[in-house]
Design a protein around this ligand. Structure first.
Ligand code: ZN
Length: 271
């Protein structure tokens, strides 16, 4: 019973944190510098009528349901992205806790990493743009995670000690996928993928290190390809539509984070 209450509170914490992430997503403007203090200061307002929201309208998910997804004052529709981000953040909090328990430090690091990726993904969906400041944060969090946790405890290095070259593996992992993608973006003038996508790929492959970085790379294009086909066949997108890549990459990173060891084991059973 106590366990259930704890996870409920953790989920609620995630929902509330998601409201904060929504502020970052919705107040971000691509042509302005990303200034977090400027973005989070000031009361929330309706984007249409500009009237201030009441405190009771700020309860995650619940307010959206009570108001039936409309502004209290002008009745204009509120984006359904708000409750989606809140619910995703709540689910992330619980799943990441289950995965990282009992280390609170590790929980905080991964929760911040996936919060950052959640904001990046939705900004990419809204604006087809990847803010550098959020990428710097992703790199900093990854670096701390690599030094304190990944290097001492890589599962694959216990099975294949010959792969265990410590930080070198991480650098190789990042460069081997990040660099060609970066060059591809330069050559194609970012027509298909942006430099922000290449940088995110490099950082996430650095985070997971060679050879697990192969998994991140392949999964992101597999998910991206599969969902793009669905968009093309069912939602009228064309081959030429620029499809935001960060949501796919973030999902690949999350799956690798959750199932890295199982996938390595599965791979080994094939031989
Ligand atoms: Zn309004």
């Amino acid at each position: 019973m106590e366990g259930k209450i704890f996870y409920f509170l953790l989920f609620f914490f995630g929902l509330t944190w998601g409201s904060f992430l929504n502020v970052l997503i919705f107040r971000y403007q691509p042509n302005k510098k990303f200034n977090i203090f400027k973005i989070i200061s000031g009361r929330s307002r309706c984007p249409y009528c500009k009237r201030k929201l009441l405190v009771k309208d700020l309860i995650p998910v619940l307010s959206f349901l009570i108001l039936k997804g409309k502004c209290r004052w002008c009745g204009k529709k509120i984006s359904f992205i708000y409750p989606i981000v809140e619910i995703l953040s709540g689910i992330l909090a619980v799943i990441i806790f289950l995965k990282t328990s009992p280390s609170l430090f590790l929980f905080l690091l991964w929760f911040l990493i996936f919060s950052d990726l959640l904001v990046l993904s939705f900004i990419d969906l809204k604006h087809q743009f990847v803010p550098n400041q959020l990428l710097d944060l992703f790199f900093l969090l990854s670096l701390i995670t690599v030094i304190f946790f990944q290097i001492p405890s890589h599962y694959i290095w216990k099975i294949f000690p010959q792969f265990d070259l410590r930080i070198l593996n991480h650098l190789v992992g990042g460069l081997i996928f990040g660099l060609p993608m970066w060059l591809f973006c330069q050559k194609t003038k970012e027509k298909f993928l942006g430099l922000g996508d290449a940088k995110t790929m490099a950082i996430s492959c650095f985070l997971f290190a060679w050879p697990v970085s192969i998994l991140v790379f392949n999964l992101s294009f597999l998910i991206g390809g599969f969902l793009s086909l669905i968009l093309i066949f069912f939602f009228g997108k064309t081959i030429k539509s620029k499809i935001p890549f960060l949501p796919f990459l973030s999902l690949a990173i999350f799956l690798t984070f959750l199932f890295e060891n199982q996938i390595v084991d599965l791979y080994l059973t094939l031989f």
